[in-house]
Design a protein around this ligand. Structure first.
Ligand code: PMM
Length: 268
């Protein structure tokens, strides 16, 4: 069955849950609650990747994430660290994380892939074209499905070249990252091509702009926190296309959705 990964952003400015956790303890409580709701992993992030976001320093990112990762790991939670920086990946694996989720697929930090190979943990390589502050200038594609899949095939080859076992790699099309609204739908419709590459596939549609646009009333986008039902619908449909995991803010909704999809498929 498709697994659900809970999003735990310990940032003041992430697009939908930024500023939600006032202390590491409240973030840890939320992460433990996600596992109770059915999350297989909790993905901790300390740097916002929302379009236009400026980067935070390495020190700030470390200060935000390491205590939360350590506390969650000590509670027995399977923790993923959402970072593009090799030193953050290294510190978080030392603190107990067992997966590195890199939205740049190794392109932002030249030492990331070798570091992950050495750490011997699972690695999410997402499709990425530029840092968040610039990414809206890189949204031109002739054939988005083919171009994203080819770029991810190249990232997979780079991972293997760096010494990461192929079965450690998870590919993610990077919905909302340097994508126009229609590109996200084309990528979801093109999931069979992506799943056909071979590695596990992760989808991160949760609360993103393309869902806000779909649900807009009089061109006013649906607010982020009211996009969870649409997110769960994407999770159910993605589950029927063979994705390994969905990365979401509302864990319970997507756990229910993937269960519905699994029961439906089993009966088919
Ligand atoms: N999206 C965000 C952050 N990290 N990681 C992966 N692998 N895939 C995604 O689509 C993705 C991600 C966007 O920001 P959020 O943390 O507020 O959802």
């Amino acid at each position: 069955m498709t697994i659900v990964i809970g999003v735990l952003n310990v940032t003041p400015d992430s697009f939908s849950d930024g500023g939600r956790y006032e202390s590491p303890a409240s973030a840890v409580e939320a992460g433990v609650g996600m596992v109770a709701d059915g999350a297989s992993w909790v993905d901790v992030g300390g740097e916002s990747t929302r379009p236009g976001a400026e980067r935070v320093s390495l020190e700030t990112e470390l200060e935000r994430v390491v205590p939360v990762v350590a506390a969650l790991a000590s509670e027995g939670v399977a923790v993923s660290i959402d970072t593009t920086r090799a030193p953050v990946a290294r510190a978080c694996v030392a603190a107990g994380a067992r997966m590195v989720n890199d939205v740049s697929g190794g392109l932002a930090d030249p030492s990331m892939l070798a570091t992950v190979a050495e750490l011997d943990v699972d690695y999410v390589a997402m499709h990425w074209r530029a840092q968040s502050a610039q990414m809206d200038a890189f949204t031109h594609y002739t054939d988005v499905v083919e171009e994203v899949c080819e770029a991810l095939e190249q990232r997979l080859a780079a991972c293997v070249e760096a010494g990461i076992a192929a079965d450690r790699v998870i590919l993610d099309p990077g919905l909302g990252f340097a994508k126009q609204v229609h590109h996200n739908w084309e990528l979801l419709a093109g999931l069979p091509r992506l799943v056909g590459i071979g590695p596990r596939v992760l989808i991160g549609a949760s609360r993103k702009r393309f869902l806000g646009a779909l649900l807009a009333v009089d061109t006013v986008a649906r607010p982020e926190t009211q996009r969870d039902v649409a997110t769960a619908a994407v999770s159910a449909l993605a589950a029927t296309r063979g994705v390994w995991g969905v990365r979401v803010h509302d864990v319970l909704g997507s756990c229910d959705a993937v269960k519905v999809a699994a029961a439906w498929q089993e009966a088919t």
